[in-house]
Write a protein that binds this ligand. Structure first.
Ligand SMILES: Nc1ncnc2c1ncn2[C@@H]1O[C@H](COP(=O)(O)OP(=O)(O)O)[C@@H](O)[C@H]1O
Ligand SMILES: [Mg+2]
Length: 289
């Protein structure tokens, strides 16, 4: 199908959806400023993210090589693979940081992500957590979460911004989800490394992303924090779709459904953790003997 047909379909569907918009991703005010109505995300084909034959080269080096992959709504997908396999580049492509040389990248069945830039893709409902936590250390946990809502609405209104009752409820809900209810007044700078990571995930959740991308979320965490993160991700499953890049096999065993093994920029194997762990090719390139 040509991109134009997709676009036409997207517009048709968008108008259908807005007429009977029964959204579960924040109220209408939460979606203010989005480039698409959240209700226009078309999940009728059973996938929230779809990549086909994607290629990316850096100075002649093929970092992503005919990569095809899709993720179902509400799924928690783990991505594993050796260093340099292209895992971070995959996230860069989805979030618009890197534009592929060729291939297709769709959000739902109708939103062609290659047509949007990084801030627009965030507005469409794709949140990304980088490895290093980037919370505001001199602000409290509450203020960090509050700010996440404000910045979503653009800088100007934030000066006069007051939380609505609904936003306040959402903030409390997120606080509970990220296990920081008892630290709400603490300065973010006083939190442990793991708690800072949870706070940053909370800041993403305040924007109610439909798809969350997390790059090595438990790196540097204690066992206790890793377990807390597993619980957190399991609680997000079903409400959001998640793509998690990790090396920690115990963590993946705890959270994982389908595991995708990336190698040399394409999918080497996919299945349950037990299935991919038993795959000779995966053992060869990644797990070791
Ligand atoms: N901006 C870039 N410029 C040049 N090479 C890059 C760039 N980003 C990634 N690469 C290369 O692409 C390959 C895949 O990198 P990356 O996606 O970071 O792998 P992973 O996250 O799986 O470890 C690596 O060989 C890396 O050096
Ligand atoms: Mg990486």
């Amino acid at each position: 199908m040509t991109p134009d047909l997709f676009e036409e379909g997207a517009q048709r569907l968008a108008s259908q959806h807005t007429q009977s918009s029964d959204m579960n991703s924040g109220d209408r005010s939460a979606s203010y400023g989005r480039v698409h109505q959240p209700g226009s995300l078309d999940l009728t084909h059973g996938r929230i993210l779809y990549l086909e034959d994607v290629n990316v080269s850096f100075d002649g080096f093929k970092a992503i090589n005919n990569l095809s992959l899709d993720i179902a709504p509400g799924e928690l997908r783990c991505i594993i693979g050796p260093n340099g396999a292209g895992k971070t580049t995959l996230m860069d492509i989805i979030t618009g940081k890197t534009k592929p040389d060729s291939g297709q990248v769709f959000f739902g069945s109708t939103i062609d992500l290659l047509r949007y830039n990084e801030p627009q893709i965030a507005q469409l409902g794709i949140g990304r957590k980088f490895q290093k936590p980037t919370v505001f250390e001199n602000l409290s946990v509450f203020e960090n979460l509050e700010l996440a809502l404000k910045t979503h609405k653009g800088v100007w209104p934030s000066m006069f911004f007051k939380l609505t009752g609904q936003q306040r409820d959402r903030l409390l809900e997120v606080l509970e989800t990220i296990h920081l209810k008892n630290s709400v007044k603490d300065l973010a700078g006083q939190l442990s490394h793991g708690q800072k990571q949870w706070l940053e995930i909370g800041m993403l959740l305040m924007q109610d992303p439909q798809l969350l991308l997390l790059d090595e979320p438990v790196a540097g965490m204690t066992d206790f924090e890793t377990e807390g993160t597993a619980e957190l991700f399991i609680s997000l499953k079903g409400k959001h779709s998640l793509m998690v890049v990790e090396h920690d096999m115990h963590f993946i065993e705890r959270i994982g459904d389908i595991v995708t093994v990336l190698c040399d920029g394409s999918v080497l194997a996919q299945g349950s953790l037990a299935q991919v762990q038993a795959d000779e090719r995966v053992i060869e390139v990644y797990l070791g003997r």
